[in-house]
Ligand binder design. Structure first.
Ligand SMILES: Cc1cc2nc3c(=O)[nH]c(=O)nc-3n(C[C@H](O)[C@H](O)[C@H](O)COP(=O)(O)O)c2cc1C
Length: 170
């Protein structure tokens, strides 16, 4: 899909068909995530792909909305703080930015293939840690279901550019 069409077409999918995601499509989506830039190319991100079939109750502990486990796959985007670039001047750690870019690559690649996703930050961190068996140093940052949409996009409600952009100074 042409890029401007793709970013307009992507939306938060909150209902999924049970149809499986083809493995070739999953690999293309994961490859898009792999190619995401990270600060100083540290690549402090790990992805956990979970198949929901038969694990709905367990994975549903991470995020309680029924549509979360309606999708055949759920992907966790995780960060390892100690591997991320840190800005010298104020010790700012770039892991969350890195994770967000990886997530965005993955999500846009999915939309390009007709697949639905939804950024999920409002998950239960303790449940996520336990369901994914995360080691202490691994931080879950964003989850998304991945599957074919069973809903349709609503209107895109966004600030007009005039309320978003300043030129030359604040
Ligand atoms: C960082 C981030 C976290 C989000 N967390 C959630 C979430 O926990 N649950 C949810 O239903 N949507 C979540 N969303 C989706 C937003 O509500 C949605 O992107 C926004 O309302 C714009 O709608 P659109 O994605 O359909 O364009 C999140 C989005 C972002 C970018």
């Amino acid at each position: 899909m042409e890029y401007s069409k793709l970013i307009a077409a992507r939306y938060s999918v909150r209902a999924y068909r049970p149809d499986p995601v083809e493995d070739e499509k999953l690999q293309l989506i994961l490859e898009a995530a792999r190619l995401a830039p990270t600060a100083a190319n540290r690549q402090p991100i790990q992805l956990v792909v979970m198949r929901t079939a038969g694990r709905e109750a367990e994975i549903g502990r991470i995020y309680g909305r029924p549509w979360f486990v309606q999708a055949p796959l759920v992907i966790a985007i995780c960060a390892i703080s100690s591997q991320a670039w840190v800005r010298e001047s104020d010790r700012f750690n770039a892991r969350i930015i890195d994770a967000a870019i990886v997530a965005d690559h993955l999500i846009l690649a999915a939309a390009n293939l007709g697949l639905g996703t939804c950024w999920i930050a409002a998950f239960d961190v303790q449940a996520a840690r336990s369901v994914l068996c995360l080691p202490d140093e691994v931080e879950p940052v964003i989850f998304t279901p991945l599957g074919y949409p069973a809903d349709s996009p609503g209107p895109k409600i966004r600030k007009p550019l005039a309320e978003l952009v300043r030129y030359e100074h604040w």
